[in-house]
Every structure is written in C-alpha cells, then in structure tokens.
Design a protein around this ligand. Structure first.
Ligand SMILES: Nc1nc2c(ncn2[C@@H]2O[C@H](COP(=O)(O)OP(=O)(O)OP(=O)(O)O)[C@@H](O)[C@H]2O)c(=O)[nH]1
Length: 367
C-alpha cells in the first residue's frame, strides 16, 4: 500500500545499494511539498548558492548540494530551486537541492573545441545585455548578430550597450542595428566628477563613467533579470560595477558569494542598486558563445512584428532565406509596398537568419 506523499520526508528517497541501479525510481520520489523555493545566484564546484525569502527580513543565503536524483540536471544562476534539510543559512550548514522549478527562458553556450558539450548558462532571464566597445577592442557585428539571434530564439529581449564612445563615435557601426527593434545604450567616460559614476574595472583601475547612460541602463534593467555578455576588455566589469557598486562598497558581495569577483569563473547574479526588488544582473565571465545550431527561423521572425503578417502568406516550411524561390517577403518587396524601411528590416532579418549557417558561426567570438 502506498503512503500519502504528504507524509514523506527526504529520508524516504530510496537509494538502492546496487551500483547499476542507484537512482531512486521516479514513482518513489517524494514531492517535497514543504521545500522552500530559492533563486540560484552562483554555482561553484558542486555547491549551489541560493537566496531564500528574498526581500524579506528573513532573507538569507543558503548553500546547497544537489540531490542524487538531480545529478544529471544542470542547475544554473537564475534557476528557482526547491531546497530541503537545513535551510537556515547558518555557517557550515548545507541544504539539499531537490527540484528545479520550470524555467521561463534558457540560454545555452555552444559546444566548442575545448568543450564538446553544449551547456546551459543561465535560466529565467528576461534580457540579454550585449556589451561591445566602440573601439579597443573593435566591435564585431558577427558577435552582436549571433547574440541577438540567441536572445530572440530563447524569447529574451536583447539590449545593445556600446562602451568607450569617448574613444570613437559608434554611430557608423550602429547603422547596422537601427532597423532592429532593440534598445541601444551608448556609454562613455567623462571628466564631470559631479555627475560621473566612479566604477572599478576588472583590472582594479577606476573609470569615471558618464552618469546618464548608466542611469538609462539601470532603468531598462529595473524589475527584470538580465544577463550581460561581452568580450574581454570591452568594459563589462566597469558597467556591472557601476550598477551594483553599493553592494561592493558595503562588502555584501563577499557575504553573498563567499569570494571576490575577479576570482570567479562562473556566472554570478548580482542585485542592481537603486532599483526595485527583483532587479538582477547576471555576469558571465569567460562566456563568449551561445548555441545557434537549432535556431528556429520563426522565433527570429517573431522579433520582426511588421514582417510576420507578410510572411504568413508563405508556404509551410518556407525558411524566408533569399534562396527560397517563393518567399512572400520577396513578393512584398517586388510589389513596392515594403518601402525603404521595410527593405532594410528584411535585410536585417535575413542577416540574422544567416547566422546559423556555418559551424564556426556558433562561436560568438569568431571574426
Ligand atoms: N575610454 C574608456 N575606457 C573604458 C570605458 N569603460 C571601461 N573602460 C576601461 O576599459 C578597460 C577594460 O574594462 P573592464 O571593465 O575591465 O573590461 P571587461 O569587459 O570587464 O574585461 P574582462 O574582465 O577582461 O572581461 C578598463 O581599463 C576600463 O577602465 C569607457 O567607456 N571609456
């Protein structure tokens, strides 16, 4: 006779001693209905740091280990997870992570030469902040396009943040993005000490960032969870520090993560200062690529709401690429109804569609 699963606790997980059959059977797993739900902020060598009772007086960081039955399931920053056992967050305690809640979005890093496995990077993010420098290092449209495709495909809103506009005018290269519906923030350093935001970079030096672009970005990130990507040296750390500085100044970052940021090699969720509850930014050191192998063209098309009704006339299975003999988007241009803006939008759409064509295009850093 089966017991009511409500009576079960974690000790009811049946672990069979047999080597081959050590995973508990699905039907025997308890539901953990009394588990607490937390947000994963970072993962470090098999230990998961979750924030519990967020934005309440009981808020605490709990360190957890993954339950045996989840060992094949990646848990990443941004995940909401169910925790049982000691969830006090007291020093030297360890909770047990027993379930990953359903994810609203998921970003994957593509396989590359050194790592053949496609890995999950972050979960449940609303926005992808793509940071590029106007110069030093040079901006690469390939990198940006692939990141935009990855975001559209995952149902995440992309934002483009151009740094170092004090070094070079970014407008000529931004022409490539004016026909996409994405917000662009242009950041620069300033001499105005009264309005500038002093932010430390990854190398420990300070840069005085012009205040208004940082505030514009802060507004766009308000109340949302965003992930930030960019090549080394573009000023990503400087920007993230400008948005999360109060935590660092008060030393909370170390309390939260247990280590200094520059030693961090995994993604890390940080709370944005002077922003409403639930405003988080996830920094992704060293992550330069996203999986584009299985991009669905319809997901890209959906980001171009003016093209959707036109493309509805296409035959089923039309990829909308220029090679399609009867794509309704070509007929629209030929009829003269598209106009110059429509033509530019179609060009942008097709440029993004082309991003999944070659194997090396999977690597965001490819020139
Ligand atoms: N001129 C100028 N320099 C900037 C700007 N933003 C950042 N920098 C400088 O660019 C350098 C690199 O900045 P970081 O923030 O460390 O760059 P990063 O992208 O985090 O680099 P990694 O940590 O290597 O990934 C630092 O010396 C910054 O002070 C800017 O808007 N203008």
């Amino acid at each position: 006779m089966t017991r009511n699963t409500r009576d079960w606790d974690e000790s009811d997980v049946r672990i069979r001693p047999n080597k081959k059959g050590s995973r508990p059977r699905t039907k025997d797993r308890p539901a953990y209905e009394d588990a607490l739900i937390g947000r994963i902020i970072t993962v470090d060598r098999g230990r998961y740091r979750a924030i519990l009772d967020e934005d309440t007086a009981q808020e605490r960081i709990v360190i957890a280990a993954r339950a045996r039955e989840l060992r094949r399931n990646p848990v990443v920053p941004g995940d909401f997870v169910a925790l049982v056992g000691d969830t006090s967050g007291e020093p030297d305690t360890l909770a047990r992570l027993v379930r990953i809640e359903e994810r609203s979005t998921l970003l994957r890093r593509s396989a590359d030469d050194t790592d053949p496995v496609e890995r999950v990077v972050v979960a449940n993010v609303d926005q992808l902040v793509i940071v590029v420098a106007a110069a030093n290092p040079e901006p690469r449209t390939g990198f940006i396009d692939r990141a935009i495709v990855a975001a559209f495909d995952a149902g995440i809103r992309p934002l483009l943040c151009v740094t170092k506009a004090d070094v070079r005018d970014p407008e000529p290269f931004l022409e490539n993005y004016r026909h996409l519906d994405i917000d662009i923030i242009i950041s620069r350093t300033t001499d105005e000490t009264a309005t500038g935001i002093d932010a430390r970079s990854a190398d420990g030096l300070s840069a005085l960032l012009s205040g208004s672009p940082v505030e514009e970005l802060r507004t766009m990130l308000a109340g949302r969870v965003s992930v930030v990507i960019g090549h080394s040296g573009v000023g990503k750390s400087t920007l993230v520090n400008a948005l999360t500085s109060a935590q660092r100044a008060t030393g909370n970052v170390n309390a939260v993560t247990g280590r200094g940021r520059h030693t961090s090699s995994s993604a890390l969720a940080l709370r944005i200062d002077n922003a409403p509850n639930g405003s988080w930014i996830i920094d992704t050191p060293g992550i330069r690529s996203f999986g584009l192998a299985l991009v669905d063209p319809e997901n890209i098309l959906n980001a171009f709401d003016d093209l959707v009704p036109i493309a509805n006339a296409c035959a089923r299975g039309c990829t909308h690429k220029p090679s399609e003999p009867k794509c309704a988007l070509d007929a629209w241009v030929a009829s003269g109804e598209a106009g110059p803006v429509g033509i530019a939008r179609l060009d942008s759409f097709r440029r993004l569609l082309g991003q999944d064509e070659t194997a090396e295009a999977k690597e965001l850093g490819a020139p």
